[in-house]
Design a protein around this ligand. Structure first.
Ligand code: B12
Length: 209
C-alpha cells in the first residue's frame, strides 16, 4: 500500500494519532500536498457513503473528521500563502444549525493563501453574526458561507439575504456539498465554488471586480 493509500485508509478508520505521521511520511516520499489532501477528501466521501448505508454512525464520522483535521494541520504550512498582498478581509463561517467545518476550514485556508486576511466565525453561525463581523472588522470585502446539510440550505439563504440587506457592497460567496450554482444564484449570492481551490480563485475575482 502506498503512503497516500495508507493516509486514506487511516482517515477512514479515524486513526487521529497515526494520520499526521503518515501525512509527513507521504510528503517525505515526494507526494504533493494537494494529492494527499485529495486522498483525505476522498476518505470523507467513503465515510459519508458508509454512514448513508448504515454501516457506520455519527461517532465514527466524527472520529474520521478529527483524523482528517490532524492530517490537514500537517499540510497547512505548505498550502498557506506568503501573506504579502492583502486583498482585504474575508469573513467565513458555517451557517446556523450546521456543525460541519472541514470543508469550511479548507476553503478558509485556500482563500487566505490567495491573499485575504481571514476572520473565521466557526460553525452554527447565525445570519446576524456575519453582519456584526462585517461591521467589527476593517476592510471586509467578502463573506463566505458554508452549508453541508440540505436542512441548513434555508439558513444559507437567510445568511446571504441578511448580509446583502445590511451591507449591499459586500460580496457573498457560498458553497458546500448540497449547494449548486443555480441555488447560489437563486438566493442572491455573488459567487459559488464547488471546492476549496476554485473558491480561492472566485474570491479573488469577486474582491478585485
Ligand atoms: C464528517 C461528517 C460529519 C461530522 C462533522 C465534523 C466536522 N468537524 O466537520 C459530524 C459527525 C459532526 C457530522 C454530523 C452530522 N452529519 Co455529517 N457528514 C460528515 C461527512 C462524512 C464528511 C463531511 C466533510 O468533511 N467532507 C469533506 C470536505 C472537504 O468536503 P465538503 O465539506 O463538501 O467541502 C468542500 C466543498 O463542499 C466546498 N465548500 C464547503 N464549504 C464551502 C464554503 C464556500 C464559501 C465555498 C465556496 C465552498 C465550500 O469546498 C470544500 C473543500 O473542497 C459527510 C459526507 C460527505 N460526503 O460530505 C456527512 C454528511 C454531510 N452528514 C450528514 C448528516 C445527515 C449529518 C447529521 C444530520 C447526522 C445525524 N443524524 O446526526 C449530523 C448533523 C450535525 C449538524 N447539525 O451539523 C449527511 C448530509 C445529508 C444531507 N444531504 O443533508 C452527509 C452527506 C452524510 C450522508 N451521506 O448522509 N457529520
Amino acid at each position: 500500500m502506498s503512503k497516500i493509500e495508507e493516509v486514506k485508509a487511516k482517515v477512514e478508520a479515524g486513526k487521529s494519532k497515526l494520520v499526521p505521521g503518515l501525512v509527513q511520511e507521504a510528503l517525505d516520499e515526494g507526494s504533493a500536498a494537494g494529492d494527499i489532501l485529495q486522498a483525505m477528501v476522498d476518505s470523507m466521501g467513503v465515510v459519508g457513503e458508509k454512514f448513508s448505508s448504515g454501516e457506520i454512525f455519527v461517532p465514527e464520522m466524527l472520529i474520521a473528521a478529527k483524523a482528517m483535521s490532524k492530517g490537514v494541520d500537517v499540510l497547512k504550512p505548505l498550502m498557506a500563502g506568503d501573506g504579502s498582498a492583502s486583498l482585504g478581509t474575508c469573513i467565513i463561517g458555517t451557517v446556523a444549525g450546521d456543525l460541519h467545518d472541514i470543508g469550511k476550514n479548507l476553503v478558509s485556508m485556500m482563500i487566505e493563501s490567495a491573499g485575504f486576511d481571514m476572520v473565521d466565525l466557526g460553525v452554527d453561525v447565525p445570519a446576524d453574526t456575519f453582519v456584526q463581523a462585517v461591521k467589527d472588522n476593517a476592510n471586509v470585502k467578502l463573506v463566505a458561507c458554508s452549508g453541508l446539510l440540505t436542512t441548513t440550505m434555508p439558513a444559507l439563504k437567510e445568511a446571504v439575504a441578511t448580509v446583502k440587506a445590511a451591507c449591499p457592497e459586500i460580496k457573498v460567496i457560498v458553497g458546500g456539498a448540497p449547494v449548486t450554482p443555480e441555488y447560489a444564484t437563486e438566493i442572491g449570492a455573488d459567487g459559488y465554488a464547488p471546492d476549496a481551490g476554485s473558491a480561492a480563485v472566485k474570491a479573488k475575482e469577486l474582491a478585485t471586480a
